[in-house]
Write a protein that binds this ligand. Structure first.
Ligand code: FE2
Ligand code: FE2
Length: 191
């Protein structure tokens, strides 16, 4: 028995139990509560929106279809508003206006750049740009969807209302991109 206990002890030393870092292992030490998570995701989407204000003019420049070009420029103006609305939400919530790196949006933008660089045909390039833009929109839709749900849960319906305005614009942009692709861009790309 003593031998077994010694074995278990030795085993424990070799294979230490993984330390629990929090629920589901998702939370870092800085994120303990739903409020922390809400603020962190605000910082994350704040960074993402800022990056998109830099990426959209480049996408507009690359687009060949005039409607697509205009669509990117229109959404650029909306995106500038999204940045301002987030600043408003930070202030309403009494949180510091701050951005944290968001590798997800960096990856989406980087991939869009690479793909655009690889596409030689102008019509096919438009189809690729729409696809890249929709990846960004879907990312934003997911983030805002959760932020709104969490804001309501935290009793911040005021923040949820502001965030919902942005979510509607992301959804509308996504729809416009789909109809642009289906009505002409994909047809032209395939011909
Ligand atoms: Fe946005
Ligand atoms: Fe967007």
């Amino acid at each position: 028995m003593a031998k077994y206990a010694a074995f278990v002890q030795a085993g424990a030393a070799v294979f230490p139990k993984p330390k629990r870092t929090g629920t589901m292992g998702l939370f870092t030490k800085d994120i303990k509560t739903m409020n922390d998570l809400f603020v962190h995701q605000l910082q994350d989407i704040y960074y993402a929106e800022q990056q998109l204000t830099k990426a959209l003019p480049k996408m507009a420049e690359k687009a060949n279809d005039p409607q697509l070009k205009q669509g990117f420029l229109t959404h650029l103006e909306e995106t500038k508003q999204h940045v301002k609305r987030l600043e408003e939400v930070f202030k309403m919530h009494g949180a510091q206006v701050k951005a944290v790196d968001c590798p997800a949006i960096d990856g989406i933008i980087e991939e869009a750049d690479e793909t655009a660089g690889d596409v030689a045909d102008k019509a096919v390039l438009d189809a690729a740009l729409i696809n890249a833009a929709q990846a960004a929109e879907h990312y934003e839709i997911v983030r805002y969807g959760s932020l709104i749900a969490w804001a309501k849960q935290l009793g911040r319906n005021d923040c949820a209302t502001v965030l919902a305005k942005t979510l509607e614009e992301e959804k509308a942009t996504d729809k416009k991109l789909t109809s642009l692709a289906e009505s002409k861009v994909n047809l032209r790309a395939a011909s």
